[in-house]
Design a protein around this ligand. Structure first.
Ligand code: NIG
Ligand code: FE
Length: 412
């Protein structure tokens, strides 16, 4: 007779999960484990056993959930969000419809810079309660882990305020959260005529001082035409790396900049967007094992091309898919939508996308040993879906298909 356990999930129609504690590259991204008529035994927030058929836990489990023949996967991991911000930007919709591009709006002092004003005006508490509510909605859509970038403060105090909010969210919400410093998201308006002055401030003061607070594990930058160029990007990221942060890059999102090549050269943990990444850039990232964090809902929302995900897998890269949730280019926090788009537009298989939003996403933010798959000793982050198999999850779209979410063994 088995020992007492906290939770048994029985009668799982299909259990689908990648296996392992490292990212899946190339062809391996498609190789997931699929079990029929399965169960998961959970104890102390961890998975104790995954199996099929009859199990000996039914009479010793404190709580039993009958999955009623539904699909079960790992909790989703959203590896790229800009979740903490003041205000929204609904007024940009009509500008876009009149033909203004994303970079036009930014150059005119709108876009990211208008969110910077709203974020600077907001108190830490206001940002915290707004962000907490957003995280609750994400959780209800199956996201049990996420990354959050700063980058709407663009000075020491307001970047610190954003990072402090993220630190509180880590403590006061059930989600696992990775924190990324992104002070190089734009040049703030007070440095419009002195961009070198802002880069000096980032490298000589903000990064070194923030590093001592240990509030961010990663540093990201918007390497983009008219935002930060390749040389500026290299200087800022090398400074961050010298202060112990792992590096990420918004690379080749709108215009090809050689960003993917630089991400490879600097051995970035991940490079994001990559819509315009060149063949050489993809090869450089494959060599450095940089994970491609792709954001198909942003392509959709900005009406831009889709990143070449199949080419990246052919070159033996690992691909993750995320929402890019932010008030400008992707005001959507439901990861199920970019999952659908990744399938339809990137031509990834449901298995490849599942890996992209679980194990590979976890690896892009440093959580791959702890979560991202359903196997013994991993944290019990589990989604039960209102459908019978993995294909169905990608076939339906636009509605929330979550039936139940379990985070670290607790039913949400
Ligand atoms: O990833 N590209 C830069 N940053 C965000 C957009 C931020 C915003 O528009 O507020 C992105 O798309
Ligand atoms: Fe982004």
């Amino acid at each position: 007779m088995a020992n007492e356990i906290d939770l048994l999930i029985k009668n799982i129609g299909v259990l689908a999960t990648p296996i392992g504690s490292v990212a899946k590259y190339g062809k391996e991204q498609n190789e997931i484990m699929v079990l029929k008529n399965a169960y998961i035994a959970v104890n102390n927030g961890e998975i104790l056993e995954v199996g099929t058929g009859n199990c000996g836990f039914e009479n010793v489990a404190t709580q039993v959930i009958d999955a009623s023949g539904c699909l079960v996967t790992p909790g989703l991991v959203d590896s790229h969000t800009h979740l903490v911000f003041g205000g929204w930007r609904q007024h940009e919709m009509s500008l876009k419809l009149c033909g203004a591009s994303y970079l036009d709006i930014l150059k005119a002092g709108g876009g990211i810079l208008s969110t910077v004003e709203r974020t600077r005006e907001a108190t830490e508490d206001e940002l915290f309660y707004k962000s907490k509510a957003l995280l609750e909605t994400m959780l209800a859509h199956g996201t049990t882990t996420c990354e959050i970038k700063s980058g709407y403060g663009l000075n020491f105090d307001d970047e610190l305020k954003q990072l402090n909010v993220t630190a509180r969210l880590k403590k006061e919400t059930p989600l696992d959260i990775a924190s990324t410093f992104m002070g190089a998201h734009a040049v703030p308006k007070e440095f419009k005529e002195n961009r070198d002055g802002y880069i000096d401030l980032l490298c000589n003061k903000i990064i070194p001082e923030l590093a001592t607070h240990k509030l961010a594990e990663f540093c990201d930058i918007f390497c983009e035409s008219s935002v930060f160029d390749i040389n500026e990007t290299q200087r800022i990221l090398e400074t961050a790396a010298s202060h112990g942060m792992k590096i990420k890059m918004h690379a080749d999102e709108i215009e090809p900049m050689g960003g993917a090549e630089l991400a490879g050269k600097l051995s970035a943990i991940s490079a994001e967007h990559l819509i315009q990444a060149s063949n050489q850039g993809i090869q450089a990232m494959a060599k450095s094992k940089t994970i491609a964090v792709l954001l198909p809902a942003t392509s959709f929302y900005l009406d831009k091309p889709y990143a070449r995900a199949r080419k990246m897998l052919d070159e033996n890269m690992a691909v993750a898919v995320a929402t890019d949730f932010n008030p400008g280019s992707s005001p959507n926090l439901n990861l199920q939508l970019p999952m659908n788009i990744a399938c339809l537009k990137y031509k990834l298989t449901p298995s490849e996308v599942l890996t992209a939003v679980t194990l590979n996403a976890a690896a892009a933010i440093g959580f791959e040993k702890k979560l991202g798959s359903l196997e013994p000793k991993k944290q019990a982050d589990i989604v039960i879906w209102n459908c019978e198999d993995l294909d169905f999850l990608f076939y339906r779209y636009g509605n929330n298909q979550v039936k139940q979410v379990i985070k670290a063994g607790k039913v949400m």
